[in-house]
Design a protein around this ligand. Sequence first.
Ligand code: GUN
Length: 284
Amino acid sequence: MTAQVLDGKAIAADIRQSLQARISSMVANGERPPGLAVVLVGEDPASQVYVRNKARACQEVGFYSEVHRLARETAQPDLLALVDRLNADPRIDGILVQLPLPPQIDAEAVIERILPSKDVDGFHPYNVGRLALRLPRLRPCTPKGIMTMLARTGVPLEGLDAVIIGQSNIVGRPMALELLAARCTITVCHSRTRDLADKARGADILVAAIGRPAFVPGDWIKEGALVIDVGINRTADGGLVGDVDFAACAARAAWITPVPGGVGPMTIASLLENTCEARGWATS
Ligand code: GUN
């Protein structure tokens, strides 16, 4: 089998286009546009790129947006005070604090300080708990974007065996909750998992969120599987590669996401959708 490529870049462009049309007609009717505040602490190069892309996407669809760049040595009380100001700001519907944060800052305390109704990352325990209870409000952006892509394949997900490699709060855990809600059977693998290759080979849906270039070889892929590559790894020559060996895995999968142009743009599209939802505008 040769996989069909699941074109996240094109799907995300569709989503942005329909959001842009919606926002311009709402604004023409005198409505306030959705507002997103992005907070970046320090100069982590990857985070700078992500924040720049998020800000650009906001401008493209017509959001009100602010980027707050704080020094790496920012003290926790100063960051919490900024979150408090943004919580109280009526122009701001969504607040995103880019992770990772420097070591002097307790990321959990910052996430919990964001009003759950403005938590467009979906990382607040309130939103994670609601997702676990199948009562989702704001859903974590990367797993939400992956669910949107999986829906575009037209493959019924009910009853499929899903294997997720990675147990992070940002991707692995909420991905498991999303796929469980879609009535898949879930296996979450991590650094202590035994017989990882065997588990991967049983997957109808394989989600790789490891952070190691080309970690998943072709012979881990079940014939006809859906393969979702969450990895964004920079190579020595400045290129990007995912967590799966794309060519080898595409030879066996039915569907596969590329890197770049797969999950990454969908994460940003989901952030825009979440900000509209936080504004009180339904998106689906
Ligand atoms: N760092 C890597 N991915 C994300 C994300 O989706 N949201 C935030 N806030 N930080 C991240």
